[in-house]
Design a binder for this molecule. Structure first.
Ligand SMILES: Nc1nc2c(ncn2[C@@H]2O[C@H](COP(=O)(O)OP(=O)(O)O)[C@@H](O)[C@H]2O)c(=O)[nH]1
Ligand SMILES: [Mg+2]
Length: 381
């Protein structure tokens, strides 16, 4: 270890040495790494720490897969159906099950007793052709990791989170607790200035596409870092503005970012003060009991989701499909063609677009064009 590291990094290194479990060691290594200044003189050390992190992660993943095989709670995995899956999350008796029943035709037991919901229940709501699946989860139980880990695994595989707060309680306090609970489990909610898109690739060497700026790193630097972390057969596309440490946290740990919305329920009983900033998340006041505000939820979920609706049209028809194709923002026309049919992408000639992403309605565009929400797309092959 070079002696000329800043004190902070040395302290973090001490933590690495003191770590008792693999998980602790991984976390300590990640913190150590982010405290090391990145320049020529530390290049070797940084690469070495990255290798260590990658190796340890692999070991931990292998062990947790084994554990999963031995015993995961039965009935806890909800099969994804529809275009978007949002998990309803909150403390007990905030009205999660009531909300699911009000928005969908699913039945989840509602009661005055705490922790009535022990298994997730799901239902769907149709938002202008977009099918949103809502999953009611068991309430978060403070200081009960065993109970909570099932909620975390539901959230990790979902597209987003619907947080339900109870207006008769301290909404700030409860929100902060939920925020911290998610963060401690590697789930970040709220606004972020960048996005990373992972695309499978047949080429072994990882490819990094930089659209925007990463402070302290070039695209080539990140590409080398991906190799150090053992990334293979993948194209990673960066959009936006971030620091190297922010991006690295996503690439070397299980951190995920999830879109989220906040609903404050039971406003029939208590008016709330909304001076509080919920990490920039959209907030909606509702009452399931009095049927106030809940009709706006699907629209707010969709706009939080970072997805767009594409209506496809056959070349010889006048009217586009009723049911939109739901795809990530920043998806290229050629990727949309790929989703519809492999041959359509292979034989792609051009596309015509009607909507917000073009100047002239019916404009001809190439494979790299990026459509916007609501666009009508006609692909010519
Ligand atoms: N006053 C009021 N009570 C509600 C509202 N929504 C749900 N409740 C009540 O809150 C209690 C807990 O509801 P439930 O949906 O089981 O909460 P969960 O534990 O979060 O799933 C039940 O007694 C509901 O009737 C509401 O909008 N206003
Ligand atoms: Mg419930």
């Amino acid at each position: 270890m070079p002696a000329n590291l800043p004190k902070e990094a040395l302290l973090k290194y001490q933590k690495v040495l003191e770590a008792k479990t693999k998980e602790e060691k991984l976390k300590a290594l990640q913190e150590y790494l982010s405290a090391i200044p990145k320049h020529k003189g530390t290049e070797n050390l940084v690469a070495q720490v990255r290798h260590q992190i990658a190796k340890l992660r692999k070991e931990i993943e292998k062990e947790s897969e084994l554990k999963k095989k031995i015993g995961s709670a039965p009935g806890f995995n909800i099969k994804k159906e529809g275009d978007l899956q949002y998990i309803i999350v909150g403390f007990t008796k905030s009205g999660k099950s009531s909300l699911l029943s009000a928005l969908t035709n699913a039945k989840s037991e509602i009661s005055l007793r705490p922790y009535t919901t022990t298994r997730p229940a799901a239902g769907a709501v149709n938002y202008g052709g977009v099918i949103i699946q809502l999953v009611d989860s068991p309430s978060i139980m403070e200081n009960n990791d065993d109970w909570n880990k099932n909620i975390i695994s539901l959230i990790r595989s979902a597209d987003g989170i619907l947080i339900v707060l109870d207006a008769t309680k301290s909404i700030q306090n409860d929100f902060n607790l939920i925020y911290k609970f998610l963060l401690d489990n590697g789930i970040i909610i709220g606004k972020k200035n960048f996005s990373l898109r992972f695309i499978k690739s047949v080429v072994k060497e990882p490819v990094f596409i930089m659209n925007g700026e990463i402070e302290g790193a070039t695209a080539n630097y990140i590409r080398r870092m991906l190799i150090e972390y053992g990334y293979r057969n993948i194209i990673i596309e960066f959009n936006g503005k971030a620091t190297l440490n922010e991006v690295e946290a996503y690439l070397n740990s299980n951190v995920v970012h999830k879109p989220a919305i906040v609903v404050i329920n039971k406003i029939d009983e208590n008016k709330v003060n909304l001076d509080f900033d919920f990490k920039g998340l959209p907030v909606l006041e509702i009452s399931v009991k009095e049927n106030i505000g809940i009709e706006r939820i699907p629209e707010i979920i969709f706009s939080s989701s970072e997805k767009i609706r594409i209506y496809t049209k056959e070349p010889n028809e006048d009217i586009p499909s009723k049911k939109p194709l739901v795809v990530d923002k920043n998806t290229k026309i050629i990727e949309i063609a790929e989703k519809i049919h492999r041959d359509l992408a292979k034989n792609f000639k051009y596309a015509r677009i009607w909507g917000k992403s073009v100047k002239f309605q019916g404009e001809k565009v190439g494979p790299d064009h990026i459509p916007m929400d609501g666009d009508i797309v006609e692909i010519r092959a």
